[in-house]
Ligand binder design. Structure first.
Ligand SMILES: Cc1cc2nc3c(=O)[nH]c(=O)nc-3n(C[C@H](O)[C@H](O)[C@H](O)COP(=O)(O)O)c2cc1C
Length: 181
């Protein structure tokens, strides 16, 4: 997070980090809810997550380009600095890598560094019970909580079943972040 920032927005700026979970296609719901609450929103998608969203629709909704890959050195940054970050939906993969300090996607690079900057961050994982059974997952959530990351309440849905999209409360990320604004 260095070099020239894009012009800082007048409103508080929220990064929505989108991972490659099936429900990511509905991320427009979170963007709309955040905008209603007074956030300006920019989306950072993992490279895999990019394939799960309608990029043109998201860019039209936010007014900013989606970030997914690192810039070429010297290229201006397309998004203002974040005042807060919502990682929604968060995959098993990204939760574990983030907690371990792995930074092999732009999204993870931003998340790993934002801890050092003290940027308020909420995460809503969307995983199934077989993924959640892996011992690394509980350890990762524990570490994220110890880092001050606000973790959503969605319980893993049964494996090999239709996911729990109806129970997934996108706006919980905003409710978690609100007291920190
Ligand atoms: C159709 C489809 C749906 C998926 N849904 C999920 C999911 O809900 N949760 C999850 O943790 N992984 C899910 N995955 C697996 C992730 O996409 C995969 O682990 C990917 O490497 C995650 O990349 P990311 O964390 O960089 O976004 C799904 C994969 C596919 C093909």
């Amino acid at each position: 997070m260095s070099e020239q920032p894009a012009q800082q927005a007048a409103k508080p700026f929220l990064y929505v980090v989108v991972c490659a979970a099936g429900i990511a296609r509905d991320v427009g719901r979170l963007i709309a809810a955040a905008q209603e609450r007074g956030w300006e929103v920019g989306v950072v998608a993992t490279p895999q997550g990019l394939g799960f969203i309608d990029a043109a629709a998201v860019e039209a909704q936010t007014g900013y380009p989606i970030r997914s890959a690192w810039r070429v050195p010297g290229e201006p940054r397309p998004l203002p600095d974040p005042d807060a970050i919502a990682v929604v939906p968060a995959t098993f993969n990204t939760v574990n890598k983030w907690a371990a300090g792995i930074s092999d996607t732009l999204a993870l690079g931003i998340l790993c560094e934002s801890y050092g900057f003290g940027i308020p961050t909420a995460v809503l994982p969307y995983v199934n019970s077989a993924q959640a059974a892996h011992p690394a997952y509980a350890e990762s959530l524990l570490r994220l909580r110890e880092m001050g990351i606000l973790v959503g309440s969605y319980e893993p849905h049964p494996a090999k079943a239709v996911g729990g999209a109806e129970q997934f409360r996108w706006e919980e990320a905003l409710e978690l972040l609100d007291p920190l604004r």
